[in-house]
Write a protein that binds this ligand. Structure first.
Ligand code: COA
Length: 308
């Protein structure tokens, strides 16, 4: 379809924040993550992510109204750029320009892969991705456990001498960073975090040290952790398991299950009506634990990759 003269891409500037927020609300959940509802919260999130919004975000406008966007997150340590891209239905024919922006950013960042997550969108944008050489590589499952269905969440024993405790305060930010980076090393799409990034997450209103639990070995080493969060939507409190994992040396001893149990109980005790999480579909161990506890699949997000 020929380019419509009244549709064009423009670089994001902070004065576009309200329009971008409005667009994200209209689009609903579509890419690798959900976005907060208000412009103020969106600003906090954009400032927390590893990006410079005025460099890494572009908008598609029709008659000067924002109808699409592309956001790029360079993750050079794992040689990739993650992108989120979407538009309203009437702007899909111009969405190729958003993909051009993404590929251009990948070239500037000198990374060799672009990853785009696709969830609940019509086929047309997927065709566009495929025509540009993107291929599906993996998928995330979104799982939900309703409070009234949580009959399998019970006390799960830890191995002898191991104990569960809350993160003490932000003085343990470095410890949490080291544990998270070690647990997820080599996992698909995991890019190591810096202590500043972990601190920024701990400072978000929806989470903090009170939502982090550690399991300690008898020698006082951290064997595993679970990091949860609480989100509020229109009077509904939803719990989230953000990250959880067990250090390699301590796996297959029941610690993972005990942590998930403890995290869910903490979220329900904090008022959550349900618990949600995302997990890579082929993470057999984690999917096994969650399904045994009664989690059910609520959505699936497919990741597309292009080598550049
Ligand atoms: C997933 C993870 C937390 C499991 O921790 P763990 O302490 O090894 O798990 P547990 O010992 O409590 O095992 C619980 C169940 O999972 C099963 N399990 C554990 N590892 C498994 C594996 N590699 N493959 C298949 N099943 C496995 C156990 O057999 C057990 O099931 P059962 O009691 O029915 O026999 C751990 O493998 C890990 O940290 N992985 C990396 C990080 C990660 O993937 N986190 C989850 C992201 S959502």
């Amino acid at each position: 379809m020929p380019e419509s003269p009244n549709k064009k891409t423009v670089g994001f500037e902070w004065r576009h924040l309200s329009e971008l927020s409005d667009l994200l609300n209209r689009l609903g959940r579509h890419g690798f993550r959900s976005w907060p509802g208000s412009p103020e919260e969106l600003q906090t999130e954009l400032e927390t992510l590893r990006l410079d919004p005025e460099r890494d975000l572009t908008l598609l406008c029709a008659d000067n109204a924002v109808c699409g966007y592309a956001l790029t997150l360079p993750e050079k340590d794992i040689d990739r750029l993650v992108a989120s891209v979407a538009s309203t239905t009437d702007c899909i024919p111009q969405a190729g320009e958003l993909l051009d922006f993404i590929l251009c950013r990948a070239s500037t960042e000198e990374v060799s892969m672009v990853h785009i997550a696709v969830r609940g969108v019509p086929l047309e944008p997927i065709d566009l991705l495929k025509r540009q050489g993107f291929k599906p590589v993996t998928a995330n499952l979104e799982l939900t456990l309703e409070r009234q269905e949580a009959t399998n969440v019970t006390d799960s024993p830890l191995p002898d001498g191991f104990s569960l405790r809350q993160m003490r305060s932000s003085t343990e930010t470095l410890l949490l960073t080291q544990v998270q980076n070690a647990v997820f090393e080599g996992h698909w799409g995991f890019s190591k975090n810096t202590p500043d990034e972990i601190q920024a997450r701990l400072d978000l209103p929806i989470t903090g040290p009170a939502h982090v639990l550690f399991v300690e070995s008898p020698q006082g080493d951290v064997a595993g952790y679970i990091w949860t969060a609480l989100e509020w939507f229109e009077g509904h409190t939803s719990g989230k398991i953000w990250m959880t994992g067990v250090m390699t040396a301590f796996r297959k001893a029941g610690i993972g299950r005990a942590l998930v149990n403890a995290g869910i109980k903490h979220l329900f005790a904090s008022g959550a009506a349900d618990v949600q999480l995302e997990v890579i579909e082929d993470n057999t161990a984690a999917v096994h634990i969650y399904t045994q506890m009664g989690f059910e699949r609520s959505a699936r997000t497919e990741w597309y990759e292009k080598r550049v």
